[in-house]
Design a protein around this ligand. Structure first.
Ligand SMILES: CC(C)(COP(=O)(O)OP(=O)(O)OC[C@H]1O[C@@H](n2cnc3c(N)ncnc32)[C@H](O)[C@@H]1OP(=O)(O)O)[C@@H](O)C(=O)NCCC(=O)NCCS
Length: 252
């Protein structure tokens, strides 16, 4: 597929996370996971609303119910039309609500784990004998409209929590770029930053987990040399498609 690509200009800086970035990083995280274009949440909603037979039935019922409402002369038939419109709209809203809730759940899992207090989770002063190795980076651009003078447009993390006796496998996670700044090479640059740092730390391989609901990310990982290692089903479905967690590995 031909994708328009804007050049990565030198105003994009990849740097370590500062505690003052928290609010902006959470916005990037929320957009990247739940609501933004190409997020898993967005894919799930699109999948259910555009490619699922029961949804077409709901569209048909709401249109035919609406037509009945407009054309019928008898009140009881108008009430029936109203009931059909109402029920099919409820069905659509329920599907949307269920999907949104599932992805809010994934978002909140992250908040319970490392994303509520990023400085604390990724701090370096608790490393003993060099472990755990945890780092968080952001991509920033200068911004005239923001009070701080910059805007955080992307982020990524490395988490290598195992101890020295185990194989040194780091996890690349929290890779997100704001939709308005995609296709400029920022995602690639964030991944390269993690790889370069992991090599410095003698980490022997990297892993990451994504989903089959993130085709853009999966294509990017494959293009950058990651290989598919494992797939496991989740219990979440959107429309007729089951979500799976897909693991990729990159030997360093
Ligand atoms: C995946 C993601 C981080 C990529 O960020 P990005 O800054 O656009 O990445 P890059 O600009 O480095 O692009 C990487 C490649 O993907 C391609 N690409 C990016 N967006 C694309 C799209 N919507 N459709 C097709 N290809 C796309 C780029 O053209 C580029 O290919 P190339 O190297 O052959 O030119 C970003 O799309 C994103 O945040 N997605 C939502 C969250 C997500 O899925 N994160 C991964 C978590 S596992």
């Amino acid at each position: 597929m031909d994708v328009e690509r804007k050049p990565l200009d030198d105003t994009v800086i990849i740097r370590p996370f500062y505690s003052t970035d928290s609010e902006q990083v959470l916005n990037v995280y929320f957009t990247g996971l739940v609501s933004g274009v190409d997020s898993a949440g967005y894919f799930a909603v699109t999948r259910a609303f555009l490619h699922w037979a029961p949804m077409y039935l709901a569209y048909f019922l709401s249109v035919s119910g609406g037509g009945t409402l407009l054309l019928a002369l008898r009140t009881d038939i108008q009430i029936l039309g109203l009931a059909i419109v109402f029920l099919s709209c409820c069905f659509m809203f329920f599907v949307y609500y269920r999907i949104r809730n599932a992805f809010l759940g994934y978002y909140q899992d992250g908040l319970r784990h490392d994303m509520t207090d990023i400085s604390q989770y990724y701090r370096q002063d608790h490393e003993k004998d060099g472990y755990p190795i945890r780092r968080f980076w952001v991509a920033e651009i200068s911004s005239m409209t923001s009070e701080s003078g910059y805007e955080v447009v992307g982020c990524v993390a490395l988490d290598c929590s195992l101890n020295r006796d185990e194989p040194m496998i780091g996890e690349l996670k929290r890779l997100f770029v704001l939709p308005t700044h995609r296709k400029r090479g920022i995602g690639t640059k964030l991944i390269q930053t993690v790889i370069a740092f992991a090599k410095e730390q003698n980490i022997t391989s990297l892993r990451l987990e994504t989903t089959n609901f993130q085709p853009v990310a999966r294509e990017m990982y494959t293009r950058l040399g990651w290989y598919h290692h494992d797939t496991r089903d989740s219990d979440f479905e959107a429309g007729d498609m089951k979500m799976s967690f897909v693991e990729y590995l990159l030997p360093l």
